[in-house]
Design a protein around this ligand. Structure first.
Ligand SMILES: [Zn+2]
Length: 444
C-alpha cells in the first residue's frame, strides 16, 4: 500500500512538473481500423437514383492516434455522386476535402486514440448511368438493371479511379448492412444481395442485407430477375438471371465452390450470389459473397470459375489491387484454368507483379488490356505460368498444402507478394528464388 502511494505521489509530482504533453502535430491516419457500415437507402429504379444515409463506425486499432481518414468514392469519377447534406463526425459538422477525384479526406476534428471509436455520417445520392468498359459490372445502369459495385464511400488508402485493373483497396469490415426501400412495390427477387435477412413475401418495398467479415458490399437490382438456388457444403448459392435460365450457371458455380472448398479451405460465409447485370459486354466483377456477370458471360465457364476463385483470392485474401494486382488476378486465372483443365498461354515480356500503372490509362477507361505486353497476358496468364512453375518446383502436394495453410493464416487480411512467396519458399527444400527473380520485380 505504502509503496503504491509513494509511486502515485511521485507520478503526480512528475506530471505536475513536466510541461503539458504535446498533442501530435503532424496529420496522421491509418487503415488499421475496426469498421462497420450501415447504409439506409431509398431507390428509384426507373430514374436510376439512390439516396443514402451512410453511418460508418470506426475504431482505431493502430498504435498511434489519428486525426483523419480517407474514403474512396469511385462513383464520383463518373459524375454519379453528390452530397445531400453535411458530413458529420460524432454529430459535429466535419471538414472534408477531395485530394483526388475520388478520395475524400475526412477530418475527425480531434485525435482518435488507440481503442477509441467514432462515427461518421455521410448523406449522399447517386444518379447512375451506363458506365461501360471495365466498369460495366460495377456501378452501372443498363437495360433497366442497376448494379451497385464499389458504390458507397469506403475506408481506403488514398488513391484515384483508374482505367486498368480494380481501383479499390479495402480492409475487411466487421459488418456492412443495407436497408433498402424502393419507391414502388417490386417483386421479391428484384434485389440480389448477399446476406439477405428481409425481403417482401411477394411484392413490396423493403429489403435488408447484412454481410459480416467482408471488404466490400455490392448488390444488383432488376425487377425481371428469376432466382435459381443450389446448396454446396451448407453454403446457399443464389443465381439471379433475366436473359437465361440460371441452372447452367448454378451448376458451374456449385462445382467450383465444391472443388475450391477442398483445395483451398472452406468458403467462410453462408451464401454466394451470382447476378446478371444489364450490359452484354465489358468485364464481369467479383465482390465478397457476390459476383456480377455481364450478359454475354453468364454461362461462360472461364468467367464463372475465375470469379468464384476471387472469393478466395481477393475476398478472403485481400491485396493492394492497384500495386500488386497479380495477387488476386494471377491466382484467379490459375485457379480457373486448373478447374477447367486448361493450360496457360502468354506472350508478355513484362514482370508478373507489375502495378496497374504500368499501363497508361484514363480515370475510367483506356489501357492496354489485350496485347502481348498488356494487362491480361502479364498479370493473369503469365501469373498462371509463374504459379505453375512454382508448383512444378515444389511438387503439387507441397504447393497446395502451403497455399492452404497460408490462406488459413491470413484470411480476411491484406497479403503482399513478398509475404506470400517467402512463406512458400519456407515450405520447400527446392530453391524458388531463381523463379522469383525471373518472373517478378519484387525479387530483382
Ligand atoms: Zn479477375
Amino acid at each position: 500500500m505504502a509503496g503504491l502511494l509513494a509511486m502515485l505521489v511521485a507520478f503526480a509530482v512528475t506530471v505536475h512538473a513536466a510541461p503539458a504533453v504535446a498533442a501530435p502535430t503532424k496529420p496522421a491516419t491509418t487503415m488499421n481500423l475496426g469498421q462497420s457500415y450501415r447504409l439506409t437507402a431509398s431507390l428509384d429504379v426507373p430514374a436510376g437514383r439512390i439516396r443514402v444515409i451512410e453511418q460508418v463506425t470506426l475504431t482505431n486499432r493502430a498504435a498511434h492516434p489519428i486525426d483523419h481518414v480517407n474514403l474512396s468514392v469511385l462513383p464520383r469519377a463518373f459524375g454519379y455522386f453528390a452530397f445531400t447534406g453535411q458530413v458529420r463526425v460524432g454529430g459535429e459538422p466535419a471538414a472534408t476535402r477531395w485530394t483526388t477525384r475520388t478520395n475524400l479526406r475526412v477530418a475527425l476534428g480531434r485525435w482518435l486514440d488507440r481503442g477509441e471509436t467514432i462515427s461518421i455520417r455521410v448523406p449522399f445520392r447517386l444518379t447512375i448511368g451506363s458506365s461501360g468498359g471495365a466498369f460495366t459490372a460495377r456501378t452501372s445502369r443498363d437495360r433497366g438493371v442497376i448494379s451497385f459495385g464499389e458504390w458507397f464511400p469506403i475506408l481506403s488508402r488514398p488513391h484515384d479511379s483508374y482505367g486498368v485493373g480494380d481501383p479499390q483497396v479495402t480492409n475487411t469490415a466487421d459488418r456492412i448492412q443495407l436497408d433498402l426501400t424502393t419507391t414502388t412495390r417490386l417483386p421479391r427477387h428484384t434485389v440480389a444481395c448477399p446476406g439477405m435477412t428481409h425481403a417482401p413475401e411477394v411484392r413490396g418495398r423493403h429489403w435488408t442485407c447484412v454481410s459480416e467479415k467482408v471488404r466490400d458490399f455490392a448488390f444488383v437490382v432488376n425487377p425481371q430477375f428469376r432466382l435459381t438456388t443450389r446448396t454446396v457444403d451448407g453454403i446457399q448459392l443464389r443465381i439471379y438471371t433475366e436473359s437465361v435460365d440460371g441452372s447452367m450457371t448454378a451448376n458451374k458455380a456449385r462445382n467450383a465452390v465444391d472443388r475450391l472448398n477442398n483445395r483451398y479451405g472452406m468458403y467462410p460465409w453462408p451464401d454466394l450470389v451470382l447476378a446478371e447485370v444489364g450490359a452484354a459486354d465489358g468485364f464481369s466483377m467479383e465482390y465478397p459473397r457476390i459476383i456480377h456477370l455481364t450478359r454475354s458471360k453468364v454461362t461462360d465457364s472461364y468467367v464463372v470459375n475465375h470469379e468464384v476463385a476471387h472469393q478466395w483470392f481477393y475476398a478472403q485474401l485481400g491485396n493492394d489491387q492497384m500495386r500488386e494486382p497479380w495477387l488476386d488476378e494471377g491466382f484467379a486465372d490459375f485457379t480457373a484454368r486448373w478447374l477447367m483443365g486448361v493450360g496457360e498461354f502468354q506472350c508478355s515480356g513484362r514482370e508478373v507483379d507489375s502495378p496497374v500503372f504500368a499501363w497508361p490509362a484514363g480515370r475510367t477507361s483506356g489501357g492496354d488490356w489485350q496485347s502481348c505486353d498488356g494487362y491480361f497476358h502479364t498479370v493473369f496468364y503469365k501469373g498462371t505460368e509463374f504459379l505453375n512453375a512454382v508448383r512444378g518446383r515444389m511438387g503439387s502436394q507441397a504447393f497446395y498444402n502451403a497455399l492452404r495453410d497460408y490462406i488459413a493464416g491470413h484470411r480476411f487480411r491484406i497479403i503482399t507478394t513478398r509475404g506470400l512467396l517467402d512463406f512458400m519458399d519456407g515450405r520447400t527444400d527446392a530453391n524458388l528464388r531463381p523463379l522469383y527473380r525471373t518472373y517478378l520485380d519484387a525479387y530483382d
